[in-house]
Design a protein around this ligand. Structure first.
Ligand code: FEO
Length: 411
Protein backbone atom coordinates (compact mmCIF):
# COMPACT_ATOMS: atom_id res chain seq x y z
CA UNK A 1 0.00 0.00 0.00
CA UNK A 2 1.50 3.28 -1.12
CA UNK A 3 0.97 6.34 1.04
CA UNK A 4 -1.63 8.54 -0.56
CA UNK A 5 -4.55 6.11 -0.71
CA UNK A 6 -7.86 7.99 -0.44
CA UNK A 7 -10.01 6.35 2.28
CA UNK A 8 -12.80 8.95 2.06
CA UNK A 9 -13.31 12.15 0.13
CA UNK A 10 -10.16 14.27 0.55
CA UNK A 11 -8.87 12.00 3.36
CA UNK A 12 -5.68 10.10 2.54
CA UNK A 13 -3.89 7.31 4.37
CA UNK A 14 -0.24 8.41 4.56
CA UNK A 15 1.06 5.76 6.94
CA UNK A 16 3.77 3.15 6.95
CA UNK A 17 3.49 -0.64 6.95
CA UNK A 18 6.20 -2.13 9.15
CA UNK A 19 6.61 -5.83 8.43
CA UNK A 20 9.42 -6.32 10.90
CA UNK A 21 8.85 -8.30 14.10
CA UNK A 22 8.68 -5.10 16.11
CA UNK A 23 9.57 -5.20 19.84
CA UNK A 24 6.78 -3.35 21.59
CA UNK A 25 5.66 -3.16 25.24
CA UNK A 26 7.71 -6.29 26.10
CA UNK A 27 6.00 -8.12 23.24
CA UNK A 28 7.28 -9.10 19.85
CA UNK A 29 4.75 -8.08 17.22
CA UNK A 30 5.12 -11.21 15.13
CA UNK A 31 2.69 -9.92 12.54
CA UNK A 32 4.40 -6.53 12.40
CA UNK A 33 2.25 -3.42 12.57
CA UNK A 34 1.28 -0.31 10.68
CA UNK A 35 1.54 3.30 11.70
CA UNK A 36 -1.52 4.91 10.18
CA UNK A 37 -1.36 8.62 9.56
CA UNK A 38 -4.02 10.61 7.72
CA UNK A 39 -3.86 13.71 5.54
CA UNK A 40 -7.08 15.70 5.23
CA UNK A 41 -6.77 17.88 2.11
CA UNK A 42 -9.27 20.50 3.17
CA UNK A 43 -9.25 24.31 3.06
CA UNK A 44 -6.85 24.15 5.99
CA UNK A 45 -4.95 20.93 5.30
CA UNK A 46 -4.51 18.80 8.38
CA UNK A 47 -2.49 15.72 9.31
CA UNK A 48 -3.76 13.39 12.03
CA UNK A 49 -1.01 11.46 13.84
CA UNK A 50 2.29 10.55 12.21
CA UNK A 51 4.45 7.39 12.07
CA UNK A 52 7.22 5.74 14.04
CA UNK A 53 10.31 7.93 14.34
CA UNK A 54 12.35 5.40 12.39
CA UNK A 55 10.39 6.24 9.26
CA UNK A 56 10.06 9.99 9.84
CA UNK A 57 12.11 11.19 6.90
CA UNK A 58 10.50 8.98 4.25
CA UNK A 59 7.09 9.81 5.73
CA UNK A 60 7.63 13.55 5.39
CA UNK A 61 8.94 13.08 1.85
CA UNK A 62 5.86 11.06 0.85
CA UNK A 63 3.52 13.69 2.24
CA UNK A 64 5.43 16.28 0.25
CA UNK A 65 4.47 14.35 -2.91
CA UNK A 66 0.80 14.86 -2.03
CA UNK A 67 0.80 18.43 -0.79
CA UNK A 68 3.15 21.36 -0.35
CA UNK A 69 4.10 20.94 3.33
CA UNK A 70 3.96 24.73 3.71
CA UNK A 71 0.20 24.49 3.08
CA UNK A 72 -0.37 22.20 6.08
CA UNK A 73 -2.16 24.20 8.74
CA UNK A 74 -2.60 21.66 11.51
CA UNK A 75 -0.90 18.50 12.76
CA UNK A 76 -3.11 16.69 15.27
CA UNK A 77 -1.25 14.50 17.76
CA UNK A 78 -3.76 12.28 19.55
CA UNK A 79 -1.12 10.41 21.56
CA UNK A 80 2.54 11.22 22.09
CA UNK A 81 4.08 7.74 22.13
CA UNK A 82 6.80 7.80 19.45
CA UNK A 83 5.19 5.23 17.16
CA UNK A 84 2.64 7.97 16.37
CA UNK A 85 4.40 11.22 17.13
CA UNK A 86 7.82 10.07 15.89
CA UNK A 87 7.36 11.46 12.38
CA UNK A 88 6.52 14.88 13.77
CA UNK A 89 10.05 16.20 13.86
CA UNK A 90 10.62 15.48 10.17
CA UNK A 91 7.16 16.68 9.16
CA UNK A 92 7.26 19.83 11.30
CA UNK A 93 10.62 20.81 9.82
CA UNK A 94 8.95 20.95 6.39
CA UNK A 95 5.46 22.04 7.49
CA UNK A 96 6.70 25.17 9.15
CA UNK A 97 3.31 26.90 9.06
CA UNK A 98 1.53 24.08 10.86
CA UNK A 99 0.10 24.45 14.35
CA UNK A 100 0.35 21.34 16.51
CA UNK A 101 -2.99 20.34 18.01
CA UNK A 102 -3.00 18.25 21.20
CA UNK A 103 -4.07 18.11 24.83
CA UNK A 104 -2.44 20.31 27.45
CA UNK A 105 -0.52 17.42 28.96
CA UNK A 106 0.90 16.51 25.56
CA UNK A 107 2.47 19.94 24.93
CA UNK A 108 5.58 19.65 27.13
CA UNK A 109 6.05 16.04 26.06
CA UNK A 110 6.11 16.99 22.37
CA UNK A 111 8.26 20.03 23.03
CA UNK A 112 10.82 18.00 24.92
CA UNK A 113 10.87 14.99 22.63
CA UNK A 114 11.19 16.87 19.35
CA UNK A 115 12.70 20.21 20.43
CA UNK A 116 9.60 22.05 19.26
CA UNK A 117 9.51 24.63 22.05
CA UNK A 118 9.11 27.47 19.58
CA UNK A 119 6.27 26.02 17.52
CA UNK A 120 2.65 27.12 17.76
CA UNK A 121 0.45 24.76 19.75
CA UNK A 122 -3.32 24.69 19.91
CA UNK A 123 -4.41 23.05 23.15
CA UNK A 124 -7.78 21.36 22.85
CA UNK A 125 -10.07 20.17 25.60
CA UNK A 126 -12.82 17.62 25.71
CA UNK A 127 -15.59 18.64 23.29
CA UNK A 128 -13.62 21.34 21.47
CA UNK A 129 -14.14 21.66 17.72
CA UNK A 130 -11.78 22.89 15.02
CA UNK A 131 -12.81 24.16 11.59
CA UNK A 132 -10.26 22.88 9.08
CA UNK A 133 -11.94 24.39 6.02
CA UNK A 134 -14.80 22.24 4.79
CA UNK A 135 -14.54 19.71 7.58
CA UNK A 136 -14.86 20.01 11.34
CA UNK A 137 -12.86 18.06 13.88
CA UNK A 138 -14.25 17.26 17.32
CA UNK A 139 -11.85 16.27 20.09
CA UNK A 140 -12.57 14.00 23.05
CA UNK A 141 -10.11 13.40 25.84
CA UNK A 142 -9.54 9.71 26.64
CA UNK A 143 -6.96 9.84 29.45
CA UNK A 144 -4.95 6.70 30.22
CA UNK A 145 -6.03 4.94 27.02
CA UNK A 146 -3.37 4.20 27.24
CA UNK A 147 -1.39 7.21 28.45
CA UNK A 148 -2.49 10.29 30.28
CA UNK A 149 -2.38 12.79 27.41
CA UNK A 150 -4.42 10.73 24.97
CA UNK A 151 -7.38 12.06 23.00
CA UNK A 152 -9.41 10.93 20.00
CA UNK A 153 -10.49 12.97 16.99
CA UNK A 154 -13.80 12.76 15.14
CA UNK A 155 -14.53 14.26 11.75
CA UNK A 156 -18.12 15.44 12.00
CA UNK A 157 -18.98 15.70 8.29
CA UNK A 158 -17.51 12.31 7.31
CA UNK A 159 -18.47 10.53 10.56
CA UNK A 160 -14.95 9.13 10.83
CA UNK A 161 -13.32 8.47 14.18
CA UNK A 162 -9.53 8.74 14.45
CA UNK A 163 -8.83 7.05 17.81
CA UNK A 164 -5.07 6.46 17.45
CA UNK A 165 -4.17 3.36 19.53
CA UNK A 166 -7.77 2.57 20.45
CA UNK A 167 -9.69 0.09 18.25
CA UNK A 168 -6.39 -0.89 16.57
CA UNK A 169 -4.80 -4.16 15.43
CA UNK A 170 -1.14 -5.07 15.13
CA UNK A 171 -0.88 -6.44 11.59
CA UNK A 172 1.21 -5.48 8.59
CA UNK A 173 -0.84 -6.31 5.51
CA UNK A 174 -1.49 -4.41 2.33
CA UNK A 175 -5.26 -4.37 2.84
CA UNK A 176 -6.15 -1.22 4.75
CA UNK A 177 -9.76 -2.16 5.44
CA UNK A 178 -10.79 -5.00 7.75
CA UNK A 179 -13.51 -6.07 5.31
CA UNK A 180 -10.83 -6.65 2.65
CA UNK A 181 -8.50 -8.66 4.89
CA UNK A 182 -9.79 -12.01 3.65
CA UNK A 183 -10.18 -13.37 7.19
CA UNK A 184 -12.04 -12.56 10.38
CA UNK A 185 -9.87 -10.02 12.16
CA UNK A 186 -11.63 -10.40 15.52
CA UNK A 187 -8.82 -12.45 17.06
CA UNK A 188 -6.23 -9.82 16.09
CA UNK A 189 -8.52 -7.08 17.38
CA UNK A 190 -9.03 -8.79 20.75
CA UNK A 191 -5.33 -9.66 21.02
CA UNK A 192 -4.46 -5.99 20.61
CA UNK A 193 -7.07 -4.99 23.17
CA UNK A 194 -5.67 -7.45 25.70
CA UNK A 195 -2.09 -6.33 25.23
CA UNK A 196 -2.51 -2.57 25.14
CA UNK A 197 -5.90 -1.49 26.40
CA UNK A 198 -7.02 -4.02 29.01
CA UNK A 199 -4.60 -2.94 31.76
CA UNK A 200 -6.36 0.44 31.53
CA UNK A 201 -9.87 -0.96 31.24
CA UNK A 202 -11.19 1.33 34.02
CA UNK A 203 -10.85 4.16 31.49
CA UNK A 204 -12.72 2.33 28.74
CA UNK A 205 -15.84 3.61 30.51
CA UNK A 206 -14.72 7.17 29.68
CA UNK A 207 -14.21 6.07 26.11
CA UNK A 208 -17.66 4.52 25.88
CA UNK A 209 -19.16 7.79 27.15
CA UNK A 210 -17.08 9.70 24.61
CA UNK A 211 -18.27 7.70 21.60
CA UNK A 212 -21.83 6.84 22.59
CA UNK A 213 -23.38 9.91 20.95
CA UNK A 214 -21.18 9.86 17.86
CA UNK A 215 -22.53 8.53 14.62
CA UNK A 216 -19.56 6.57 13.32
CA UNK A 217 -19.34 5.29 9.76
CA UNK A 218 -15.63 4.52 9.87
CA UNK A 219 -12.96 3.98 12.52
CA UNK A 220 -9.53 4.93 11.23
CA UNK A 221 -7.09 3.93 13.98
CA UNK A 222 -3.34 4.37 13.95
CA UNK A 223 -2.42 0.66 13.91
CA UNK A 224 -3.73 -1.94 11.52
CA UNK A 225 -7.11 -2.24 9.92
CA UNK A 226 -9.54 0.58 9.20
CA UNK A 227 -13.05 -0.47 10.19
CA UNK A 228 -16.05 0.50 8.08
CA UNK A 229 -18.40 -2.47 8.66
CA UNK A 230 -19.78 -3.78 11.95
CA UNK A 231 -18.65 -0.64 13.78
CA UNK A 232 -21.05 -1.28 16.68
CA UNK A 233 -19.70 -4.83 17.07
CA UNK A 234 -16.13 -3.62 17.41
CA UNK A 235 -17.04 -0.90 19.91
CA UNK A 236 -19.19 -3.33 21.89
CA UNK A 237 -16.27 -5.74 22.11
CA UNK A 238 -14.35 -3.10 24.11
CA UNK A 239 -17.35 -2.67 26.41
CA UNK A 240 -17.68 -6.43 26.90
CA UNK A 241 -13.99 -7.17 27.34
CA UNK A 242 -13.54 -4.33 29.83
CA UNK A 243 -16.58 -5.27 31.90
CA UNK A 244 -16.20 -6.57 35.44
CA UNK A 245 -16.74 -10.07 36.67
CA UNK A 246 -19.72 -10.48 38.95
CA UNK A 247 -17.92 -13.09 41.01
CA UNK A 248 -17.49 -11.98 44.64
CA UNK A 249 -13.92 -11.03 45.52
CA UNK A 250 -12.43 -10.53 48.94
CA UNK A 251 -9.50 -8.55 50.32
CA UNK A 252 -7.89 -9.01 53.74
CA UNK A 253 -6.22 -5.88 55.13
CA UNK A 254 -3.97 -6.43 58.14
CA UNK A 255 -2.12 -3.65 59.93
CA UNK A 256 -0.31 -2.53 63.02
CA UNK A 257 -0.19 1.14 63.91
CA UNK A 258 1.52 3.46 66.39
CA UNK A 259 -0.25 6.79 65.94
CA UNK A 260 -3.20 5.63 63.85
CA UNK A 261 -1.67 6.83 60.56
CA UNK A 262 -1.20 3.33 59.15
CA UNK A 263 -4.71 2.60 60.46
CA UNK A 264 -6.00 5.57 58.43
CA UNK A 265 -4.30 4.15 55.34
CA UNK A 266 -5.96 0.80 56.00
CA UNK A 267 -9.34 2.51 56.24
CA UNK A 268 -8.82 4.41 52.98
CA UNK A 269 -7.91 1.12 51.31
CA UNK A 270 -10.99 -0.55 52.78
CA UNK A 271 -13.30 2.24 51.59
CA UNK A 272 -11.80 2.14 48.10
CA UNK A 273 -12.31 -1.61 47.81
CA UNK A 274 -15.87 -1.30 49.07
CA UNK A 275 -16.54 1.38 46.43
CA UNK A 276 -15.39 -1.18 43.89
CA UNK A 277 -17.81 -3.81 45.24
CA UNK A 278 -15.07 -5.91 46.79
CA UNK A 279 -15.63 -7.45 50.19
CA UNK A 280 -13.09 -6.43 52.83
CA UNK A 281 -11.98 -7.88 56.15
CA UNK A 282 -9.96 -5.38 58.16
CA UNK A 283 -7.71 -6.50 61.00
CA UNK A 284 -5.67 -4.67 63.64
CA UNK A 285 -3.05 -7.34 64.26
CA UNK A 286 -2.50 -6.14 67.82
CA UNK A 287 -6.16 -6.54 68.74
CA UNK A 288 -7.54 -9.46 66.75
CA UNK A 289 -6.92 -13.16 67.25
CA UNK A 290 -3.97 -14.30 65.17
CA UNK A 291 -5.76 -17.41 63.89
CA UNK A 292 -8.74 -15.32 62.74
CA UNK A 293 -6.38 -13.14 60.74
CA UNK A 294 -4.64 -16.14 59.18
CA UNK A 295 -8.01 -17.65 58.25
CA UNK A 296 -9.01 -14.36 56.64
CA UNK A 297 -5.78 -14.22 54.64
CA UNK A 298 -6.26 -17.81 53.51
CA UNK A 299 -9.77 -17.00 52.25
CA UNK A 300 -8.89 -13.69 50.52
CA UNK A 301 -8.13 -13.01 46.85
CA UNK A 302 -5.78 -10.17 47.78
CA UNK A 303 -3.85 -9.41 50.95
CA UNK A 304 -2.69 -5.96 52.04
CA UNK A 305 -0.33 -5.84 55.01
CA UNK A 306 0.78 -2.59 56.62
CA UNK A 307 3.00 -1.47 59.44
CA UNK A 308 4.15 1.73 61.02
CA UNK A 309 7.91 1.97 61.46
CA UNK A 310 9.54 2.19 64.88
CA UNK A 311 13.29 2.02 65.32
CA UNK A 312 13.60 0.95 61.68
CA UNK A 313 11.36 -2.10 62.08
CA UNK A 314 7.81 -3.35 62.28
CA UNK A 315 5.79 -2.93 65.42
CA UNK A 316 3.48 -5.11 67.51
CA UNK A 317 2.31 -8.57 66.56
CA UNK A 318 2.78 -8.39 62.81
CA UNK A 319 5.98 -10.37 62.45
CA UNK A 320 4.43 -13.40 64.10
CA UNK A 321 1.70 -13.37 61.44
CA UNK A 322 4.14 -12.82 58.58
CA UNK A 323 6.23 -15.79 59.73
CA UNK A 324 3.16 -18.03 59.57
CA UNK A 325 2.30 -17.10 55.99
CA UNK A 326 4.49 -19.98 54.82
CA UNK A 327 2.04 -22.39 56.46
CA UNK A 328 -0.80 -21.18 54.20
CA UNK A 329 -1.61 -21.99 50.59
CA UNK A 330 -1.35 -18.53 49.08
CA UNK A 331 -0.93 -19.52 45.43
CA UNK A 332 -2.64 -17.15 43.00
CA UNK A 333 -3.38 -14.39 45.50
CA UNK A 334 -2.32 -10.78 45.06
CA UNK A 335 -0.43 -9.01 47.83
CA UNK A 336 0.79 -5.53 48.70
CA UNK A 337 2.61 -3.81 51.55
CA UNK A 338 1.80 -0.38 52.97
CA UNK A 339 2.55 1.88 55.88
CA UNK A 340 2.98 5.34 57.29
CA UNK A 341 6.40 6.45 58.39
CA UNK A 342 8.30 9.48 59.67
CA UNK A 343 11.87 8.97 58.49
CA UNK A 344 12.71 6.03 56.24
CA UNK A 345 9.84 3.55 56.52
CA UNK A 346 11.98 0.42 56.84
CA UNK A 347 9.05 -1.63 58.17
CA UNK A 348 7.20 -1.31 54.87
CA UNK A 349 10.14 -2.82 53.03
CA UNK A 350 10.46 -5.62 55.59
CA UNK A 351 6.78 -6.47 55.06
CA UNK A 352 7.44 -6.45 51.32
CA UNK A 353 10.34 -8.89 51.84
CA UNK A 354 8.11 -11.26 53.76
CA UNK A 355 5.44 -11.08 51.05
CA UNK A 356 8.05 -11.70 48.36
CA UNK A 357 8.94 -14.90 50.22
CA UNK A 358 5.44 -16.30 49.60
CA UNK A 359 3.87 -17.55 46.39
CA UNK A 360 1.58 -14.53 46.19
CA UNK A 361 1.94 -12.08 43.32
CA UNK A 362 3.37 -9.11 45.17
CA UNK A 363 2.69 -5.73 43.65
CA UNK A 364 5.65 -3.43 43.01
CA UNK A 365 6.05 -0.13 41.22
CA UNK A 366 8.52 -1.76 38.88
CA UNK A 367 6.05 -4.50 37.90
CA UNK A 368 3.25 -1.99 37.35
CA UNK A 369 5.39 0.14 35.05
CA UNK A 370 6.70 -2.85 33.11
CA UNK A 371 3.28 -4.40 32.57
CA UNK A 372 1.10 -1.33 32.07
CA UNK A 373 3.25 1.76 31.60
CA UNK A 374 1.36 3.40 34.49
CA UNK A 375 3.46 5.70 36.64
CA UNK A 376 0.72 6.91 38.98
CA UNK A 377 0.40 3.60 40.82
CA UNK A 378 3.05 2.85 43.44
CA UNK A 379 3.78 -0.26 45.50
CA UNK A 380 4.54 -0.62 48.32
CA UNK A 381 2.28 2.23 49.41
CA UNK A 382 4.35 4.59 51.49
CA UNK A 383 2.91 7.70 53.16
CA UNK A 384 4.98 10.02 55.30
CA UNK A 385 3.14 10.81 58.56
CA UNK A 386 -0.64 11.13 58.30
CA UNK A 387 -2.38 10.58 54.95
CA UNK A 388 -4.03 14.00 54.96
CA UNK A 389 -3.01 15.54 51.69
CA UNK A 390 -5.15 14.88 48.62
CA UNK A 391 -2.05 13.58 46.85
CA UNK A 392 -1.37 11.01 49.59
CA UNK A 393 -4.98 9.86 49.70
CA UNK A 394 -5.01 9.62 45.90
CA UNK A 395 -1.89 7.46 46.04
CA UNK A 396 -3.61 5.00 48.39
CA UNK A 397 -6.78 4.95 46.26
CA UNK A 398 -4.79 4.46 43.05
CA UNK A 399 -3.24 1.33 44.53
CA UNK A 400 -6.63 -0.01 45.64
CA UNK A 401 -8.18 0.72 42.25
CA UNK A 402 -5.31 -1.00 40.48
CA UNK A 403 -5.74 -4.17 42.51
CA UNK A 404 -9.54 -3.94 42.19
CA UNK A 405 -9.17 -3.89 38.42
CA UNK A 406 -6.95 -6.97 38.55
CA UNK A 407 -9.43 -8.80 40.77
CA UNK A 408 -12.52 -7.86 38.79
CA UNK A 409 -11.15 -8.42 35.32
CA UNK A 410 -13.58 -10.52 33.31
CA UNK A 411 -10.84 -11.90 31.06
FE1 FEO B 1 0.73 2.84 19.29
FE2 FEO B 1 0.71 3.90 22.44
O1 FEO B 1 1.40 3.66 20.77
Amino acid sequence: MEAGFEIAKDIYWVGKIDKREVPFHRLLLTKGTTYNSYLLKTGKPTVIDTVDMEFGREYAERIAELIDPLDIQYIVINHTEPDHSGGLAALASKATNATIVCTEIAVPEIQQMYKLQHRDFLVVKDGDQLDIGGKTLLFKETPYLHTEETMITYCIEDKILFPCDIFSTHVAVNQLFADEAGYDITEDYIGYYQAIIHPHRRYVRTLMDAVKDLEIDMIAPSHGFILRNDIAKYIDLYATLSSETTEGKKVAIVYVTIKNNTKKMAHILRDSFLENNIEVELWDADKAEEQDILNSIAAADAVFIGSSTKYADMTGNLESILRKLETLNLDGKLAAAFGSYGWSGEAIEVVQDYLNGTKMTVQSTSHVIKTTGMTHVEFPIRVRFSPKEDEQIRKIKNAAEFVSDLLLSAI
